[in-house]
Design a protein around this ligand. Structure first.
Ligand code: SAM
Length: 193
């Protein structure tokens, strides 16, 4: 095995983090649009450093509390954090500054109520707002789960919307595993040019 490679590329979230890495910096402003258990919010907050700012959205109070607890348990979080108990379709109402990084991990919280899931219309609305808020050179990543019915609708709607976007304004790609069982997650990457 190549000793320099420390990571296996077997999950969309791992690939998402590898892709995000060069876009993250101390002092950045980042948004986690689906805070859930706080794993992605924590990842962004640790990278943002003392001068940075991180926002987290979720519609479940328990998710916001879990995220808060996760952030408080880390010794490496020094940035300004705002957790918002609202849907990410309210992104532009809540955030008026331009943002460097925006992350979505769609669907429902594993091992929780599957009926509380991101929904196609609000996801599309939010992604449109995110594309307005993101700075030039900034990145939006979206992990979507077409293995469940709403996730499939969401992924299809994202493809149909994102493929209409002017390539002189955004670089947009979709990454998917083609040899994994059970309809694996897909990763959308949107870079503002
Ligand atoms: N990123 C999370 C983590 O690191 O633990 C996992 C996110 S989980 C797959 C999806 C989350 O999206 C759930 O916590 C759910 O409550 C939340 N959600 C559903 N609809 C939402 C909406 N309109 N706006 C924001 N969050 C939403």
């Amino acid at each position: 095995m190549n000793k320099r490679i420390k990571q296996k590329l077997n999950s969309a979230t791992q690939i998402q983090r590898l892709l995000l890495e060069p876009f993250l910096f101390e002092g950045m402003t980042a948004v986690d649009c689906t805070a859930g258990n706080g794993n992605d919010t924590l990842f962004l907050a640790e990278k943002a450093g003392a001068e940075g700012k991180v926002y987290g959205f979720d519609i479940q109070a328990s998710a916001i509390e879990a995220t808060r607890a996760r952030l408080e348990s880390s010794k490496h979080v020094a940035c300004d954090i705002t957790l918002i108990l609202k849907g990410h379709e309210h992104l532009s109402e809540e955030i008026s500054e331009a943002v460097d990084v925006i992350v979505y991990n769609l669907g429902y919280l594993p091992r929780h109520d599957k009926s509380i899931t991101t929904m196609t219309p609000s996801t599309l609305e939010s992604v449109k707002q995110a594309m307005d808020l993101i700075k030039q050179g900034g990145i939006i990543t979206i992990t979507a789960y077409p293995g469940h019915s709403e996730g499939e609708r969401e992924s299809d709607a994202l493809v149909n919307f994102l493929k209409t976007i002017d390539q002189s304004k955004f670089n947009i790609s979709k990454s998917e595993f083609i040899n994994q069982a059970n309809t694996p997650p897909v990763l959308f990457i949107i870079e503002k040019r």
